[in-house]
Design a protein around this ligand. Structure first.
Ligand code: HEM
Length: 512
């Protein structure tokens, strides 16, 4: 009885201390005189964040209320939402060594395959060093013919659509195109998604991209109780291991998880491709992202250490990441570009004139990168429609001072991108709500355009994506004029998950 009483008292004391500690965390921003909406006990601001359909609009609304630097809590973890570009320049560029990680979902910890997004500072540096050459101008030029093959397939489809003389959703075709490009260039397999509409890769990828992993129950729990993350990871691992065993014992009752879970299926396919490449070295080397990574994996560095090589798991993780990071973002950008073409005929004419100036020249890497108006056009599309907002975060690795504010280790910094992209002080004197490509001819603040992130940890695939987008648009504009479909505005309803994307881009084409 006495022991039970002692145990009970200990338990109650522990719970009380835990709750008092939680409560005291909520004074973090108050003692630093940083404004922000009031947090809810235990959840912080998650209840609002999880219930809002449009996270970035919610941030803009709070920015209007609380100013250019304000505080939120993810559970009890402080999150600075910032639209002060000088502050962000300190974090993303000048003090990068103290802010060199992204905030990553707990689900990444489930996988052995650490990749660029999930890697901590030192492993990230080594991976980025090994993978950067895959995206050099020389390698991109060599990969351009692979992209060209995929665009050719799209053009055949557009020819057919144009002959039918009906409006159609080009966004769907762009998704097939960008998946094809990633398969050709990162997976090293020559798919034809435009015609092979039931392709397994496409259907499984579509499922993966529909899932918002940040809102899965285990993810939410790990954000609310960060101390429980490794416990949750172990729990999830043991569930997977148990399921594997049960499947081996009774395959008819327990399905194979690899077949059931698209993420696991995709990773197993990547391994198959790697195996083929590494076992069959007799054929001519293909120039693609996978081969560059395999070469990096085989290279021992001057200091003779293996930790600078890429491991098999790292290659697998990064191929998977390229697919996740490069498929939906690029097709969505193409969708936005086409929306602008369909609604701004004068701008389309200027782009067509620039493409026509190239006469019958091949629309390859060199030709499209020299198109100046195309460059301004794309920057303006990125400014008005940044597709990937929530990924741009930095975690503070060591307590420091930024623009007079003490930022504690473990806090997260996130830019409010829409507020920055529509700020007339940064983008005036023309109205930032107007689509004006020429505004990019004026030099702007280096942190004013954040669609691809900024600093050493910005998007590694930016040049690859821009090449793909420019080549695709140039091919389309050479042969067609884009016209709005009757249901263009109806389809242009935006949804926000991993990427902010429209439902559809309904257009018609006019043969030139
Ligand atoms: C229009 C297309 C794209 C957009 C808008 C985009 C946007 C972004 C953004 C905002 C980030 C975070 C940057 C930061 O935190 O500063 C990022 C990171 C990344 N992106 Fe992209 N991306 C695109 C295409 C691609 C493509 C095609 C690939 C690969 C083939 C790719 C691979 C990556 C990788 C690996 C990272 C993580 C970089 C690191 O942590 O070192 N992205 N991207």
């Amino acid at each position: 009885m006495f022991i039970t009483l002692i145990l009970f008292t200990c338990f109650v004391s522990l719970i009380t201390v835990y709750f008092l500690t939680l409560k005291s965390r909520y004074s973090y921003f108050r003692v630093r005189s940083i404004p922000g909406p009031s947090p809810t006990f235990f959840f912080g601001h998650f209840r609002t964040i999880w219930s809002t359909k449009f996270y970035s609009r919610q941030l803009q609304e709070w920015t209007r209320k609380f100013g250019s630097i304000y505080g939120l809590f993810e559970g009890t973890r402080p999150l600075y939402i910032v639209s002060d570009v000088d502050f962000l320049q300190q974090v993303f560029v000048h003090q990068f060594s103290l802010f060199s990680s992204h905030r990553v979902s707990f689900l990444y910890q489930l996988s052995k395959s650490v990749h660029l997004i999930s890697a901590g500072p030192s492993r990230w540096r080594q991976q980025r060093h090994a993978i950067n050459p895959a995206f050099s101008a020389a390698k991109l030029k060599l990969m351009a013919p692979l992209i060209d093959q995929c665009i050719e397939s799209l053009m055949k489809k557009l020819f057919k659509m144009n002959n039918e003389n009906k409006e159609f959703n080009i966004y769907e075709l762009y998704q097939r195109l960008t998946m094809d490009v990633i398969c050709h260039c990162a997976f090293g397999i020559d798919t034809d998604m435009q015609n092979d509409v039931d392709n397994d890769l496409m259907t499984k990828a579509a499922v993966i991209f529909k899932q918002d992993i940040e809102r899965m129950p285990l993810s939410k729990l790990s954000y609310l109780m960060p101390w429980s993350t490794s416990l949750l990871a172990q729990f999830a691992h043991s569930q997977i291991a148990l399921f594997h065993c049960l499947h081996k014992i009774a395959p008819t009752i327990f399905p194979d998880l690899v077949e059931k879970i698209p993420r696991l299926w995709l990773i197993s396919k990547v391994q198959e491709v790697i195996d083929v490449r590494t076992i069959d070295t007799s054929t001519t080397k293909r120039v693609d992202l996978l081969q560059t990574m395999l070469d990096a994996a085989a290279t021992r560095h001057e200091d003779n250490t293996d930790d600078k090589k890429l491991s098999n798991d790292e290659i697998k993780g990064n191929v998977f990441l390229f697919m996740v990071a490069g498929f939906d973002t690029t097709s969505t950008m193409l969708g936005y570009c086409t929306y602008v073409l369909a609604t701004q005929p004068d701008i389309q004419k200027k782009l067509q004139a620039e493409v026509d100036d190239q006469h019958e020249k091949e629309l390859d890497y060199d030709t499209v990168t020299k198109m100046e108006y195309m460059e301004l056009f794309l920057r303006e599309v990125h400014r008005m429609y940044p597709p990937s907002v929530a990924t741009i975060t930095r975690v503070c690795e060591q307590t420091t001072t930024v623009c007079g504010h003490t930022i504690e280790k473990g806090s997260i910094i996130q830019p409010d991108i829409f507020t920055i992209h529509y700020n007339s002080d940064l983008w005036g004197p023309e109205d930032p709500n107007q689509f004006i490509p020429e505004r990019h001819s004026t030099e702007r603040h280096p942190l004013a355009l954040l669609a691809f992130g900024v600093g050493p940890r910005s998007c590694i695939g930016m040049r690859f994506a821009l090449m793909e987008i420019k080549m695709t648009l140039a091919h389309i504009l050479r042969h067609y004029t884009v016209l709005p479909g009757e249901h263009l505005q109806e389809g242009f309803q935006l949804n926000e998950a991993f990427v902010i994307q429209p439902n559809a881009i309904n257009i018609k084409l006019n043969k030139r």
